[in-house]
Each structure stands twice: as C-alpha cells, then as structure tokens.
Design a protein around this ligand. Structure first.
Ligand SMILES: [Zn+2]
Length: 262
C-alpha cells in the first residue's frame, strides 16, 4: 500500500518538476524524497536517469546539476573522453527523429533532456566553465559574474573596477603607461617601433601568465577532488576563485592591449 502511494506521488512530483528540471547554481541540490525511489512513468519499474531501464522510455527530467546529469561525481578532474562518449550516446537516443511517433509527454521530455544535455556538455567539457560552474554550485560567484556587482555598476553608472592582482601591479602600471603613450602616438600619426616592441614583450609575458594559471587551477582541482573535509575543500575553492579572477583580469588586459595595437 505504502509503496503504491509512493509510486503515485513520484509520478505527480516528476510531472510537476519537469518544467524546471535544472538545479541552478546556488540552489540546493538536496534530493527530495520523491527522487529517492524513481519509477518509470510508463511501466512502473525502477528507472535509470534518462531512460527506463526496463522499457527504455524517456523519463521526465530530474532537477539535477550537470555533474549528476551525466552520472559523474562533483569533481573537476573529469575524463573528457568519457564525457564525449556519453554525450554522443545520449544525443542519439534523445534525437527528435526517434520520437516522431512517441507520446506527447515523452516527446516533450526528450526535447527538455536534449537541451539540458547540450548545456551540461558545453559547460563540463570546458575546464574554465566547468570550474566556474562548480564554484557557483558551491555558492561562490566570480567577480565579473557577480550579479550584485553588475547591478551596482549599472545603478551608479560606474565601470566595475577590477582589483589588480598584487603580483601584477608593477607590470600593469608600466603597461598602462605604454598603452597610453601608444594611443597618443597613434593620434599624432607617429610610429615608434621600440614602444611597440616593449608592449609586445609585455603582452607575451601576460599570455604566459594566463596559460600558467591553468596549471595552477588544475592543482587546486586535485585538492578539491581529494578533499575529505569541508575546510580543505573550501580552501581549494577559494583558491580557484582567486585564480579565475586573476585569469579574467589578465584576459581583459590582453583585450586592451590588442585594441590599442590594432
Ligand atoms: Zn518503463
């Protein structure tokens, strides 16, 4: 009796949730009791994540994060070959052509699952996006993605100021002077190869730093993936945030350099 009621409840909950099936960063990913014993809407047997393990029908999307969507643990060292294989296998099975004759609900769910699949794949395959996504899942916002900072900047009409990473202060100061000089020269129609060479060198050094930050980031991935207590994990996340913010800073700076050199 109790099992029967639970099954009926599962079905209702799954339907109610199918419209907003994705856990957004910051939202709690705690599984509700309704998801603990999922069963197929069509045949009633235990279902797999996306398809029923017995009858193969597409299931209503569950409110899960991208890692869970693929059945991965919330870890950053991710086998991208496995990710790609899973992506293509699921893409084929969820392809709209497969559901031409299917029940309306199943067709709608397959579309939803498909779009979630694409978003999840795009986010997880990219090391930087994957890291940013995990940070947001864990409640940490990147500087330039912080909604509050953006809204504040809009309200005051001020540009968001990025803090210069301390190890770059000197380099950035000098580079900005050179860029200013270059802009002046351009206005006057002058040409100074020595200045261009100087800026070119600074650009190269920044590009090297930008690339090196990826290794630094990956070292923190390792710490997060292996962390067994909350404070170790937290420390790794904070470090990742710092690395990503520095990386964004350098990327923006490089954009300025390229614009000035055009
Ligand atoms: Zn089934």
């Amino acid at each position: 009796m109790r099992a029967g009621r639970a099954l009926a409840l599962n079905f209702v909950m799954a339907n109610a949730e199918s419209k907003s099936s994705l856990i957004m960063p910051g939202q709690s990913a705690v599984e509700s009791p309704a998801e603990a014993t999922p069963s197929c809407w069509s045949c009633g047997t235990m279902r797999a994540v996306h398809f029923c393990s017995a009858c193969g029908k597409v299931q209503p999307p569950k409110p899960v994060d991208y890692f869970t969507f693929f059945g991965f643990p919330r870890k950053l060292n991710l086998d991208t070959a496995v990710l790609e294989k899973e992506f293509y296998a699921l893409s084929r099975r969820l392809h709209p052509d497969v559901f031409g004759q299917a029940d309306d609900r199943e067709r709608a769910w397959s579309l939803e699952q498909s779009s979630m699949l694409n978003d999840a794949y795009r986010t997880l395959k990219d090391p930087i996006k994957r890291t940013g996504y995990l940070l947001r899942l864990e409640g940490i916002e990147l500087e330039e993605q912080s909604k509050q900072a953006t809204e504040k900047a809009r309200a005051t009409g001020e540009l968001k100021k990025q803090v210069v990473p301390p190890d770059l202060l000197e380099e950035v100061f000098e580079l900005n002077m050179h860029l200013e000089e270059l802009r002046m020269q351009k206005k006057m129609g002058e040409d100074d190869p020595a200045l261009l060479e100087e800026i070119g060198k600074a650009k190269l050094s920044l590009e090297e730093k930008h690339d090196a930050l990826l290794s630094e980031l990956k070292a923190e991935w390792q710490k997060w993936d292996e962390s067994e207590d909350e404070s170790t994990g937290r420390k790794a996340l904070d470090k990742m945030l710092d690395v990503l913010n520095r990386r964004n800073y350098i990327r923006n700076l490089l954009r300025d350099v390229n614009e000035a050199m055009e």
